[in-house]
Write a protein that binds this ligand. Structure first.
Ligand code: FAD
Length: 482
């Protein structure tokens, strides 16, 4: 086996596992001794609130990774705390490695960070090698016949499924070379408190970090995947996989998940595989059209929309974010997000539509709010989802398609169970009116012990009227109404 390097360093970032790991495998193949490192990057951590479920998830996943690397072959992680662009090159120099290996991260800020690291490493004569790991197909791997990136999902998905075969889903056999892992100093992964953060309700929510947590979810979902297509749209039932946070931080391999779905002939598994293709789709949109990650609409004409601003818009945005719009499905969804850091996919669509199309508020405010709170926050998918809902995106829903939060509730939460879980004050309303409490008869309100305006708000906007205003507001995209 050809090992061009005497020693190398693997830089873990959003890939917190050591099985089926592209960069780790390539480093182990290319070097006789391989060190591993993770940087708690103050450039990312400093602006965050002191309680953040993601930081706790990452910290505990890094500690678990350190343990697994040690168990594998005496290895372990160098855990650093500081600005990654300074810390990582400094460690590489101290260790005297000839190359650093890492997996691709195509978010604009990560690309800028990596460019700075590459420059500093080059100054010390150290190479930086990066690899695809986070997605099945990345960047320019799936293109139209004209050699352009896809901007519409259906043909992209067809090409994605057409290209998918065992080769692309093969696991990287890291274990084969584990004896090349260098030992690191005794465990030094800082405690959460040392990093300046406090514990959250992550564990109380049953969210288990690390590959062990991912494994438990994969096993649980494997028994339900066949019914994914039937159950995925009902927020009150356990339909989806809840693997988003593990995919985000790489505590599970995307190849493993795609292979699991591909092996299964059920329509549920086929639908789920398509969701993984959506994830790749948005990742390649961000890689090929990075302006979407910098606050611009994919379709520039949508940046001409005059969104609501001023004190009333601010009051309404706060009501939306705190779950006080008077529309139970929207409010219960926001409560789910605020209390758990998760929101069901159907409800992400409903709440996003409500913000842009019922309240007339710029989708970028909602995008930011989700970014701050979602455990599985992923710039590419979040931006894709918001641009889809606001109709400004590449493959978005047409602007005149406006979700009605009452009928969405009747359709996807017909018993009102989801609403009752997060808005217990509505639990005793008849299910016929639970999604529109203002239509309840006084006798039903009294029986439910509910006074509207006191125990639960009246609607902050009238949906039918808001719909008309939105159609007027959006007319500008057709060159009218500007
Ligand atoms: C406004 C809005 C914002 C969103 N923000 C994010 C985000 O920040 N991070 C994120 O991972 N997903 C986001 N999504 C997509 C989707 O809602 C979540 O991926 C999904 O709800 C996560 O739950 P799960 O892991 O149980 O998903 P499952 O239904 O089990 O799906 C499995 C995986 O497929 C991927 N996936 C599923 N649906 C989509 C989709 N529409 N787009 C891209 N990937 C998808 C995710 O990685 C997900 O974990 C957003 C959707 C909308 C409409």
């Amino acid at each position: 086996m050809d090992t061009p390097y005497a020693s190398a360093l693997v830089w873990f970032r959003r890939d917190l596992r050591c099985t089926d790991h592209a960069a780790l495998y390539q480093a182990l193949k290319a070097a006789r001794t391989v060190h591993c490192a993770f940087v708690f990057d103050t450039a990312l951590l400093d602006p965050l609130p002191r309680q953040d479920r993601r930081v706790e998830f990452i910290r505990d996943s890094v500690a678990a990774l350190d343990g697994t690397l040690r168990a594998l072959g005496g290895g372990g992680l160098h855990a650093l705390h500081g600005v990654a662009a300074d810390e990582l090159p400094a460690l590489a120099r101290r260790l005297g490695v000839q190359a650093v290996f890492a997996n691709h991260d195509d978010e604009p800020s990560a690309l800028a960070r990596d460019a700075a690291v590459r420059d500093r490493l080059a100054g010390a004569g150290i190479a930086l090698h990066t690899f695809k790991d986070h997605v099945v197909f990345e960047r320019e791997e799936i293109q139209t016949q004209a050699g352009k990136p896809y901007s519409v999902f259906t043909p992209y998905s067809r090409a994605w499924h057409g290209k998918l075969d065992d080769f692309y889903l093969k696991a990287y056999p890291v274990e084969r070379y584990a004896q090349r892992l260098a030992s690191a100093p005794a465990p030094v992964v800082p405690e959460l408190e040392t990093l300046g953060f406090e514990r959250t309700n992550l564990r109380a929510l049953g969210i288990r970090p690390g590959t062990e947590g991912a494994e438990a979810l994969v096993n649980d979902f494997a028994g339900r995947i066949d019914r994914y297509d039937a159950l995925r749209d009902a927020p009150a039932v356990k339909g989806p996989s809840y693997l988003g946070v593990h995919l985000r931080f790489g505590t599970v391999s995307i190849r493993r998940l795609a292979a699991m779905a591909r092996r299964n002939a059920s329509s549920g598994a086929a639908t789920w595989l398509k969701e993984l293709a959506w994830r790749d789709f948005y990742a390649q949109v961000l890689a090929n059209f990075p302006q979407v990650g910098e606050g611009r609409s994919f379709r520039p004409e949508y940046d001409r929309i005059a969104w609501e601003t001023g004190p009333l818009a601010e009051v309404r945005f706060t009501a939306w974010s705190e779950g006080r719009t008077g529309y139970p499905l929207v409010d219960a969804a926001m409560a789910q997000l605020n209390q758990t850091g998760y929101m069901h996919n159907r409800l992400r669509m409903v709440t996003a539509s409500f913000l842009c199309k019922d309240l007339g508020i710029d989708w970028r405010h909602g995008e930011r709010y989700f970014a701050d709170r979602l455990n599985d926050y992923e710039l590419a998918s979040n931006n894709g989802g918001w641009q889809w809902a606001s109709s400004s995106g590449c493959d978005a829903q047409p602007y005149f398609r406006i979700f009605n939060p009452v009928s969405q509730g009747g359709r996807f939460d017909p018993e009102g169970k989801f609403v009752a879980r997060y808005l217990p004050q509505l639990a005793r309303l008849p299910k016929a009116v639970i999604h529109a409490p203002w239509t309840a008869k006084p006798v039903d309100l009294a029986a439910a012990g509910l006074e509207l305006g006191r125990d639960y708000p009246l609607p902050i906007v009238d949906h039918a009227q808001a719909r008309e205003e939105t159609l007027r507001r959006y007319a500008v995209v057709k060159g009218r109404g500007a």
